[in-house]
Write a protein that binds this ligand. Sequence first.
Ligand SMILES: [Zn+2]
Length: 256
Amino acid sequence: MSLDDQIKQLSQLILKNKNAIVFTGAGISTESGIPDYRSPGSGAWEKYDSSIVSIPGFLRDPSQYYEYALEMYPIRAGAKPNVAHLFLAKLEKVGLIEGVITQNVDGLHLMAGNTNVHELHGSIRQASCLQCGQIYMMDDIISRVREGENPPICKYFQGEECNGLIKPTAVFFGEGLPTVPWASSVDKSKETSLMIVIGSSLQVSPANSLPDVALNTGSDLAIIDLLDTPFDSRASVKIEDRAVLVCERLGHLLGL
Ligand SMILES: [Zn+2]
């Protein structure tokens, strides 16, 4: 089947179902310039030990993590949503998709304008106190570190000052997935009649079990990814091309 036909088929599935759940991975953000920080060997890890984004490493020396964050956070936080993120925001606005489940921590779906976003691995744009759970904006935390408060400590006052350690909500190595977005993602995967995977080769467990949940409750599956995935043979349509290109063409077909 030609690329045109595949894109047409996917647009018809979207129009027919009107409640699709979109599941995204790193591939949707590469054209926003987000480096793949999880893979050692990419730039940052020549300078820093990747154990600083593991829970034991962070607890051992949080100030070292924040030194790395001072350098890397402005680059990541400066990334902007691309055509694919903006397309998904329009789809949600016109009622053609139910929401987005993402493995990404870049916060770009929310920035693009999607409101129903389940961030399975947390976000680099938010931090929380490990003691009391108080949520902070990472922009504010980085400013405090830049002014010399390293590591940043929770000032939340509940009878007495908390003084807990503040950590980005982005999931670190050795840490479980946050329970709320995970539970709601499983529910959404059960309810939907169409799951569209974009930019994930579905290798990371347990997030890659969500397409299974959807398929087992009778949902159609569509996949847009450059690589083979373990779910290709069960997908109604598999499009091997760049997320940005496919979303742009889908947008034209759907008049968005
Ligand atoms: Zn606290």
